[in-house]
Design a protein around this ligand. Structure first.
Ligand SMILES: Nc1ncnc2c1ncn2[C@@H]1O[C@@H]2COP(=O)(O)O[C@H]2[C@H]1O
Ligand SMILES: [Zn+2]
Length: 497
């Protein structure tokens, strides 16, 4: 078949060009924000991005990402319409719905869009501060530590009267400018977060409750920031990460998946024993968005919505611990074979790491999470005993070696996962530093990138120091004979909290 008349010309814009362009656009917005604008440079940059967009819209073809091209179709051989049909019918990839050609943006409309963006941002900032006018000083104080690994979510929960998830999610959405970028209606956000917190308290779990969701949401933010993976992501991907973290255990029943399967629970029947709880968390959370009063994504375009939904589903399903080994193996082999890193896989690994992160945090936090988790496990053990079932491992309140289980969990699960996150981040971020190594960037966001290598090293030594210290604490307990659940283990965690 003959190649399509000029349609495929210039359609292959490299991933690197797209990435640099996105970085360029973001840099322009930041320069505008801090009012450090060199108008000639701004004009040049806008002209460049406009010509790139023009090339894209003239060709009518979305950016071609080779690594993503499941069917290995060469664009100069297969007509674009056929490629779209094959990709949307025979792969799992969701095709973004393309804007019609007559909707091609003109240079002037891009300038207007930038101006409008700044206006919308200001408007939304105002709306948010009006909606949360009297944040207690203690809440504001607590949130000052938001970028720190040692951020104390228990304190935030106390000072926000049990609303750590709501408070933290709003704060992060504003911090990453996502409320204005995606025009999230404040009333929807408030209602959505009320429902979310309500769902997390449905089963009154000691561990899987809204505080754990707030902790994981904060940790995802902190991981993205500390590893600098944040600079690799689009705003939509950042939104997907925070949302996935916030909903990842929504309506958790306080039992393990195996318990659901063994007791043939309603959820096990619905989801055919596959990632039973995770399937429910993500499905029930998306159901909340079906109501227009709680649909925080009401202003997303259809392609944005589809991309966000697909990312969130993959990330939340990836928190099923039974996929841990596969996930780790796949990413390890990708790094060893110098393959390009698949974003959804990288983000799923980050959410999974955040979900098991408390043993890599300071002892004052880890020692408060462990007894909560153990209590939840023991409650399941009590139920199993009552039902005449075998008690699951780690669920027997009279005979569980808590300290040893924590040491093993850190050595075999937490440390390998965090080591992988550190390696993966280096592979992702170092090329980004090289990309921006040219003329010294003026805005603070990109100045941060120059620190990346040192930051990655310090991130690695930070989590290693905490896991080492926590393991030593548990080892001391074993030495002192306080290592079993029936030796008041679950209280010992509170001593330094
Ligand atoms: N300190 C820990 N010891 C044992 N298991 C843990 C620990 N922390 C997290 N987990 C498990 O890891 C799982 C991660 O997903 P969940 O939050 O659903 O449930 C968590 C627990 O089952
Ligand atoms: Zn969790």
């Amino acid at each position: 078949m003959a190649p399509q008349h000029g349609k495929t010309l210039n359609t292959h814009i490299s991933v690197d060009t797209w990435r640099s362009t996105i970085i360029l656009l973001k840099r322009m917005v930041q320069q505008l924000e801090i009012r450090e604008v060199d108008f000639d440079e701004l004009k040049r940059n806008l002209e460049f991005t406009a010509s790139l967009l023009e090339a894209l819209y003239t060709s009518g073809t979305p950016p071609s990402l080779d690594a993503d091209d499941d069917l290995q179709l060469r664009s100069d051989v297969v007509p674009v319409e056929v490629r779209d049909w094959l990709a949307s019918t025979f792969t799992q990839r969701v095709q973004p719905i393309r804007q019609r050609l007559e909707e091609k943006p003109k240079f002037r409309s891009i300038v207007h869009a930038v101006q409008a963006g700044i206006f919308v941002e200001r408007m939304f900032r105002k709306a948010y501060s009006t909606a949360m006018p009297d944040q207690p000083a203690e809440v504001i104080n607590c949130l000052r530590d938001l970028d720190r690994w040692s951020f104390d979510v228990f304190s935030l929960d106390a000072v926000s009267s049990g609303h750590s998830l709501k408070t933290l999610f709003i704060e992060l959405i504003i911090k990453h400018h996502l409320n204005s970028r995606f025009k999230v209606p404040i009333s929807c956000l408030m209602s959505f977060l009320c429902e979310l917190e309500r769902g997390y308290s449905k089963h009154t779990n000691a561990y899987h409750n809204h505080t754990h969701a707030a902790d994981v949401t904060h940790t995802v933010h902190c991981l993205l920031l500390r590893t600098r993976v944040l600079y690799w992501l689009t705003e939509l991907e950042v939104l997907a990460c925070l949302f996935a973290a916030a909903i990842h255990d929504y309506e958790h029943t306080g039992n393990t998946n195996n318990f659901h399967i063994n007791t043939r629970s309603e959820l096990a029947m619905i989801y055919n024993d596959h990632s039973v709880q995770e399937s429910h968390h993500v499905s029930a959370a998306f159901r909340l968005l079906q109501d227009e009063n709680t649909n925080i994504f009401i202003n997303l375009t259809r392609p944005e919505w589809l991309e966000l939904r697909s990312l969130v589903i993959e990330m939340v399903l990836g928190t099923d611990m039974s996929s841990h080994v596969l996930q780790v193996k796949a990413m390890r082999s990708c790094l060893q074979q110098h393959e390009s890193i698949d974003k959804p896989k990288a983000l799923s690994l980050i959410l999974h790491a955040a979900d098991i992160s408390h043993p890599a945090k300071p002892w004052s936090l880890h020692s408060r999470w462990t007894p909560r988790l153990m209590e939840e496990f023991f409650t399941q053990g009590d139920k199993e005993a009552e039902m005449g079932l075998a008690i699951s491992p780690l669920c027997d309140r009279h005979n569980t070696p808590v300290s040893q289980s924590q040491i093993a969990f850190m050595e075999f699960i937490v440390e390998p996962t965090f080591s992988l996150i550190s390696d993966m981040s280096e592979k992702i971020v170092i090329p980004l530093i090289q990309d921006t190594a040219g003329p010294s960037p003026t805005c603070s966001r990109y100045r941060g990138l120059q620190w990346t290598v040192a930051d990655l090293v310090s991130f690695r030594s930070m989590w290693m120091r905490h896991t080492e210290e926590n393991k030593n604490r548990w080892r001391d307990k074993v030495k002192n004979g306080v290592s079993h659940s029936d030796e008041s283990e679950t209280q010992t965690g509170q001593d330094t909290a």
